[in-house]
Design a protein around this ligand. Structure first.
Ligand code: SF4
Ligand code: SF4
Length: 361
């Protein structure tokens, strides 16, 4: 396999990654381009002294993958960024806020200021849950703490389809932040503990609401630890299947909505359009290709102003088109709503689960 350095050296300066990078678009500063990040690898590997701006450059990436997707010679740009962060962390140079969030996840099981003991506060009396089942539901941190309606609507839809999942009493943060920031040993240990715990409950299907959890538990844990004995299922995909089979029958809506696509599900964006069509709506496309929300991988806590600027790219587009925004990532929704509040903007936004619940229940 080619080394990351060889990949970094193979850049042909086509600039395609620069054109799609949300950080470059929002800051209008090519010093923070994907290509410029490649040039830092050899210097960081050699432990050369690097400037504050260089460190900012490494951490000014949401690891959205837009650059990877367009690079004509398949340079794994996000893997190079991850490696640079791993080295900077080992050299004691990662931003303080990143280190704090890593510790939060490892010691308190939450990425932000949440209190893990409130993780299941979203559970309401009308929800039918099992004490023991081979089907389990993991709300994930952002649905559980910031958008509890997503977790509740998920269970209501599952109940309507005759499914009564159990919750994971020891649900954990998936650890995406660890992976994004190159804390791979910590992430591997986290994966081992979590997979072993879920397997010990006899779970064969784990339903998740968040694309980040889906990506991490379904695709990253097998790389970091091993393939688990349970299947990881994104709730939206399950609801699509239930609608297609006539298990859930939506009342048809009309008009257009815009989708806020989630970066980790780049391969599956069409599925969400199919869900919208099956609810009777049409989609209005905001961008030719996706635009990241601007929050992930530490950009929001470390560079809040840049993070807001990236979010505003979506908010302004949706406002201009006067269209309701449908998200299928609880973290995107949390960040866009927070940005609207901070910037005095208003925008009609909803998670796709709540839209499905509105049409079905
Ligand atoms: S992953 Fe996204 S934010 Fe990071 S450099 Fe690539 S395009 Fe820019
Ligand atoms: S898209 Fe790939 S080859 Fe083109 S400038 Fe970016 S990293 Fe280099």
């Amino acid at each position: 396999m080619m080394s990351l350095q060889k990949y970094a050296d193979s850049c042909i300066n086509c600039r395609k990654c620069i054109d799609v990078c949300p950080i470059v678009i929002a800051t209008e500063n090519e010093n923070f381009s994907p290509q410029s990040k490649l040039r830092l690898l050899s210097r960081i590997e050699a432990n050369e002294s690097i400037s504050e701006e260089d460190i900012d450059n490494v951490y000014l990436s949401t690891r959205c993958g837009a650059c990877d997707a367009v690079c004509p010679i398949n340079i794994p740009i996000t893997s190079i960024i991850q490696r640079e962060r791993q080295l900077l962390s080992e050299q004691g140079l990662e931003p303080q806020r990143t280190g704090q969030i890593v510790q939060n996840i490892l010691e308190r099981n939450v990425p932000g200021h949440m209190d893990d003991s409130n993780r299941f506060d979203w559970v309401s009396d009308d929800l039918e849950l099992s004490e023991k089942s081979d089907v389990a539901y993991m709300g994930g941190c952002w649905a559980s703490f910031a958008h509890p309606e997503i977790a509740r609507d998920t269970i209501r839809l599952l109940n309507a389809a005759g499914v009564k999942p159990m919750l994971l009493a020891e649900e954990k943060c998936c650890g995406l932040f660890l992976i994004d920031n190159g804390h791979l040993d910590d992430a591997a240990l986290h994966a081992e503990k979590y997979v072993t715990y879920i397997e010990s409950l006899g779970v064969t299907k784990l339903i998740v609401s968040c694309p980040g959890c889906y990506e991490v538990l379904g695709k990253q844990y097998p790389l970091l630890f091993r393939k688990s004995s349970f299947e990881v299922i994104l709730s939206s995909f399950l609801f699509k299947e239930m609608i297609d089979k006539g298990i859930l029958v939506p009342k048809k809506g009309e008009g257009k909505v815009a989708l806020r696509d989630a970066c980790p599900l780049r391969e599956d964006w069409e599925i969400f359009r199919d869900i919208i069509f099956s609810l009777g709506f049409d989609t209005d496309e905001l961008f030719e290709t996706n635009m990241c929300c601007g929050a992930p991988a530490g950009v929001k806590p470390n560079y809040p102003e840049v993070s807001k600027k990236v979010a505003m790219l979506t908010i302004e587009k949706a406002k201009k088109k006067n269209v309701k925004l449908i998200s299928y990532c609880p973290f995107c929704l949390y960040h866009l709503e927070g940005t609207c509040k901070e910037c005095g903007e208003t925008l009609d936004m909803q998670d796709i689960t709540s839209l499905i619940a509105e049409r079905v229940l």
